[in-house]
Structures are given as C-alpha cells and as structure tokens.
Design a protein around this ligand. Structure first.
Ligand code: GLU
Length: 334
C-alpha cells in the first residue's frame, strides 16, 4: 500500500481547486485554526487551546480560522455552536473569514471516502461491538483484528481504512518525535461509522486540507490521533501540516477538563480575569499589573510576549494551581 512521504503545505488547495468556504489561504502564509465540537459551551481548557492557536497564528502573521466540528449530531448540544462563537467574540478573538461549519463540507468528506474505497484502501466492516468484544485492546482502544478485510456479508457496515505496520512519525513542536505503527496499535480504523456519519479522523483531515491549514495547535489529548490523520493525508495526497500539542488543563485528580468531567462554561461577562488565567496556564508569565488592563491591552501583551518554550514537554496543567480561576473550574458532577 502506498504510504508516501508527506508533502509540506504549499500554496492553495489541492482538494478540489475551489474556494467553497472562502477561507482558503493564498501563497505560503501560515494558517492556523481552532476546531471545537459543539458538545457544550467553551470551558477553560478549550479557551486555553484557542488562545494558544490564536497567538501562534498571529505571531506568524498568519490567518486564524474557526471551524465548528458539527458532524456528530448525537453528541451535539443545542445552542452550543452559537455559545462558542459568542464566547470567542466576548474574549476578543478575531478570526479570518466566516466560521466554517464542518457539516457544510459533507460532500468533500464523502468524495474523500469514495476515493479511498475506489482504490481499495478502505473497506466495509460489518463487525458489531459485540463481535469485537474479545478483540485485543491497546492505548488507542480496540485493535481491530482485520475480520472484514477480505469481505463482509452484512448490509449495515462501517468503513475502515486499511493500514500497514510501517511506522508513522511526526515531530511535534512541543512533545518531540511521536511514532505509531497503526496495524499493531489501532488496526484498520473507522472512517465512516455504522450509523453513516463520517468519523472525526477523516473529516478533520479533509477540512484541514480544504482550509489550507499549515499548522495545528491543539490539546495533547488528541496527539494519539495524529498518526492516523497523517496516514489519511498521505493516502489522499494531502499536505501534512506541522503539529503542536499543548498540555491539557486538568482537575486536581488529573482528569482533563471537559463536559464529561463537569467543567463549567467560561463566563461571558467578566472575561479579563479568565483570559489572564489562560495566559498563566500557558506559562506566559503575565505581569500582575496586566490583570487590570483592558482586553485589547491584554491581547497586545500576549502577542508581543508569546513564547511556546515554557510548555515544552509539559503534558498537563492543573486548573486548581492557577490563581484566580478556582471558581470557573470547580467540577459540577455529583
Ligand atoms: N473537534 C475536536 C474537539 O473539539 C478537535 C479537533 C482538532 O483540533 O483536531 O475535541
């Protein structure tokens, strides 16, 4: 199977040559993005990821895009998309172009899926959860044993990508070299789910290509997905962006802040102390006087002083150790 070498991102868009989203980069400009799923309003952890990707893009005179990843309706929370966009506005983020709703690129996701199926790089899989109950498990979850690789009778199927055991490596901007052997670590993985929805791994790769994204700054909780995404980029002859995975913000017990762990929404009224706390979480060392500054002054300071180095090799930041935000991150689960 052709696992070719990644192309560095260059001008324009190689997916279909059109500019349907209006957010495609020209030239060799840096393009970053923030891509939240509308499973709930923004919490402090997602704010920290947004701040890091924004500052990194602006520090490179780049474009910064916002993409709402609304391709999983069962996990969506009504109203979350507009709350996310409103929060970004209130915190003073300025994005380029319109917000892209990932559901709008459904045609491109399906086209990529067809290309993979036509080249026999992907195949239908009728295995149910029950069928896979005894499959081996690894850190990435079930390691698919390849049951349907050579055919499948079922009408109700997921689509899996055929993978090999050739190592897939990338150099993370903060976390060093990351390598996975997909056949041993995940097995052939799902790119379209049994319920017909396009899986995150495929959708994210197609949209990053469509939008000409050159660098992805996101939480380290997604780092394990990156080799699968690079594998897809290679098979689809897409460019591979560079990657920077920043530490996640955790509760005192080490669980990542998320909707599931009861992380509350960031406030929309008193935003300055929360932005200041995000700069502390990102180890930017803001001077205490900055806490009294206006929002534009805070952003101005943050951009002039943006430095990724203090985050090198760091995987987690505990929310309760950041002064001033205890009130915004107390777990709410009983
Ligand atoms: N939509 C994903 C999330 O909210 C992030 C995807 C990404 O940054 O690649 O967890």
């Amino acid at each position: 199977m052709p696992h070719c070498v990644s192309k560095p991102r260059s001008a324009g868009n190689s997916l279909n040559g059109s500019s349907a989203t209006g957010t495609i980069a020209t030239g060799n400009q840096y393009v970053g993005r923030f891509a939240p799923s509308p499973t709930g309003p923004l919490h402090f952890g997602s704010l920290v990821a947004a701040v890091a990707s924004y500052l990194q893009a602006r520090a490179h005179d780049g474009r910064w895009l916002v993409r709402i990843e609304d391709i999983d309706p069962p996990r969506e929370q009504a109203g979350a998309s507009s709350l996310i966009v409103e929060a970004l506005e209130r915190y003073g983020f300025e994005w380029d172009g319109d917000v892209l709703f990932q559901s709008e690129s459904h045609g491109a996701h399906e086209a990529a899926l067809r290309r993979l199926l036509e080249r026999n790089l992907a195949y239908p899989c009728g295995c149910s959860r029950k069928d896979l109950a005894d499959a081996p498990r690894g850190p990435l979850g079930i390691i698919y044993p390849g049951t349907c690789r050579h055919g499948c009778e079922s009408n109700e199927t997921a689509i899996r990508l055929r993978v090999t055991d050739d190592p897939i490596s990338f150099e993370d901007g903060l976390q060093g070299t990351i390598t996975q052997r997909l056949e041993s670590e995940s097995g052939d993985f799902v790119i379209r789910r049994r319920d017909g929805l396009i899986a995150y791994q495929l959708a994210v790769v197609v949209d990053d290509e469509l939008q000409g994204v050159t660098e992805i700054v996101r939480g380290i909780d997604i780092i394990d997905s990156t080799p699968r995404q690079i594998c897809l980029q290679r098979l689809l002859s897409f460019s591979t962006p560079s990657y920077i995975h920043i530490p996640v913000v955790t509760h005192p017990d080490g669980d990542k802040l998320s909707k599931l762990t009861g992380a509350p929404a960031i406030p929309l009224d008193e935003v300055r102390p929360v932005l200041f706390a995000a700069l502390l979480a990102l180890r930017q060392g803001p001077p205490s006087a900055l806490a009294e500054a206006t929002l534009p002054e805070m952003w101005d300071w943050a951009l002039k002083n943006w430095n990724l180095e203090p985050l090198r090799g760091l995987t987690a930041v505990r929310a309760d150790e950041i002064p001033g935000i205890g009130l915004t991150v107390t777990p709410q689960l009983q």
